[in-house]
Design a protein around this ligand. Structure first.
Ligand SMILES: [Zn+2]
Length: 200
């Protein structure tokens, strides 16, 4: 009961800048200063990398690397071929272009709760008693004791996603049409999360 009241109090005073939200300075700046021009990516190599990454969103990282390697091998003279990106780089680039950055919170390995708000200070789960930390990794190779999280929970904040949807005429129109078509039907619009609406 006390935790519930603490959560209600915390929610009443929440803001984008509070420590619980964990938005980076860059993400906050972008949130309050949305871009007002379409995003233009001129390099065919980067466009190809983003398209491939989105098309293979449910596949393994190896699938992405194999497709990119095949493209580089078979289209040696193609313009922009040198700009095809590794999966690490393309994820970073997409974060840079859209300012959509995942937010990580510690959570119970049994998924009982997330260590945030009034629960942020706990070292063990108040429901199941599991430790917040991975006990097997507390002792480092160098003899130093390091605390390693047992589990983390990832959130993709909604604000930057909506801003990204309005970053091109096509995706802004798709979001608007979806909002109008679902209005009054009690359904939540999720079309802005689809790769097709990605602001390229
Ligand atoms: Zn638990």
């Amino acid at each position: 009961m006390c935790d519930t009241i603490d959560f209600v109090i915390a929610l009443r005073s929440t803001s984008a800048e509070d420590a619980i939200a964990r938005l980076s300075d860059n993400a906050l700046h972008r949130l309050f200063n949305p871009p007002n021009t379409p995003l233009l990516i001129e390099s065919p190599g980067i466009c190809h990398s983003i398209s491939t990454y989105l098309a293979l969103e449910h596949s393994s990282q190896d699938a992405y690397e194999c497709v990119c390697h095949s493209t580089m091998w078979n289209f040696l003279q193609a313009p922009g071929i040198d700009n095809i990106q590794s999966i690490y780089n393309i994820e970073k680039l997409i974060c840079t272009f859209t300012s959509i950055e995942p937010i990580h919170h510690d959570m119970c390995p049994n998924m009982c709760l997330v260590y945030t708000g009034p629960l942020a200070h706990l070292d063990t789960c108040s429901i199941c008693g599991k430790s917040r930390w991975n006990q097997q990794r507390l002792q480092g190779f160098d003899g130093c004791v390091k605390q390693v999280l047992a589990q983390t929970f990832m959130t993709i904040p909604l604000g930057p996603q909506l801003q990204a949807c309005n970053h091109s005429l096509e995706s802004a129109h798709a979001t608007y049409v979806c909002t109008i078509s679902t209005k009054g039907h009690g359904r939540f619009c999720v079309s802005f999360m689809t790769p097709k609406a990605f602001p390229l």
